[in-house]
Ligand binder design. Structure first.
Ligand code: ZN
Length: 312
């Protein structure tokens, strides 16, 4: 039977879709966040196809994953999560429903990116609900320290080599290339950060301990009194007073929180309000892990250069 070109391409498309993932040339990677996806692309290059479930403009603690991701997880060779309970509200159920045993915790296709990273704010002793969404294993926003970015990339390279051993040398080379660009960038960022030392800031959520430690910023309080707990009137009043008394010049708000209250606090205190993205993909120009730090440092430095607002 003669097949027309259009039938032939339709047939090959159907066959391609039916192929099990191990036959596809690229390693299929699904990550929970766009930061991990960006790092997986750095290390995997064109040997991997990477999809992130959460978008960079979404709160990674609460993600309504589209059903289409079940299909991607079903076909995935590797699942990468931030861990430390960041995605505990949505990722475990998604993994169970995907029915792909290879990517379940403990198996070859599962990676918790936090292995070997510097984790801050580990809680010892008992944790109860009155403390808010406390993560006893430590603060899960650890990717916001460039040194941890290097460690995550290393974890991903090691895992890709285990899954796809014939390309081990390629993953090693890409990791090396990434590490050398990262260390160059770190020198640039260190120079920028010298102007930020000791700057005091209030942030909406407790997303920034690693970032603050690395860049020498002091986070003194949060608009959320506890992680995941909405601010009460009394907390807002006390915070407003603290900002006025302590001359805290900057309010950092992750892009997925309602801006109304932070704006009010900024107006009442004269603090500068910055929409401060914690993830790749939060803004169209933040495409890579490097872009994320470039963007945020630019925001901070620009805000310091502006004349201080009139005291209300
Ligand atoms: Zn958090």
């Amino acid at each position: 039977m003669e097949l027309t070109p259009s039938k032939r391409s339709f047939l090959s498309a159907v066959l391609f879709c039916l192929m099990p993932s191990w036959l596809l040339a690229k390693v299929q990677v699904v990550t929970t966040t766009e930061d991990l996806a960006a790092l997986a692309r750095e290390v995997g290059g064109n040997l991997v196809e990477v999809h992130s479930i959460a978008k960079g403009y979404q709160d990674p603690h609460f993600v309504d994953a589209k059903p289409s991701y079940l299909l991607k997880l079903k076909r995935a060779d590797l699942f990468i999560q931030v861990g430390l309970e960041l995605e505990v509200a949505w990722a475990p159920a998604l993994l169970t429903n995907a029915r792909n045993s290879k990517i379940l915790p403990g198996n070859i296709g599962f990676l918790d990116a936090s292995d070997g990273c510097e984790i801050l704010q580990k809680v010892s002793g008992s944790v109860d609900r009155s403390m808010g969404d406390i993560h006893p294993l430590g603060n899960p926003h650890y990717w916001l320290d460039p040194s941890n970015g290097g460690r995550i990339a290393g974890n991903i390279a090691e895992k890709l080599s285990a899954l796809d051993p014939k390309h081990t040398e390629d993953y090693k080379a890409s990791l090396k290339h990434f590490e050398s660009r990262l260390s160059k960038k770190e020198k640039e960022w260190d120079q920028a950060a010298s102007k930020l030392q000791g700057i005091r800031a209030v942030t909406y959520h407790n997303s920034w301990p690693n970032f603050a430690q690395y860049f020498g910023i002091q986070v003194v309080n949060f608009i959320e009194p506890k992680p995941g707990v909405p601010p009460s009137t009394s907390h807002v009043q006390a915070l407003t007073q603290q900002i006025k008394n302590g001359e805290i010049p900057i309010l950092l708000v992750e892009p997925y929180f309602d801006i109304k209250l932070p704006r009010k606090i900024a107006q009442a205190t004269g603090a500068k309000l910055l929409i401060f993205p914690p993830s790749v993909g939060a803004e169209p120009e933040i495409q890579t892990y490097f872009d994320l730090f470039d963007h945020n440092l630019r925001l901070l430095l620009n805000s310091l250069q502006e004349p201080p607002p009139q005291k209300p």
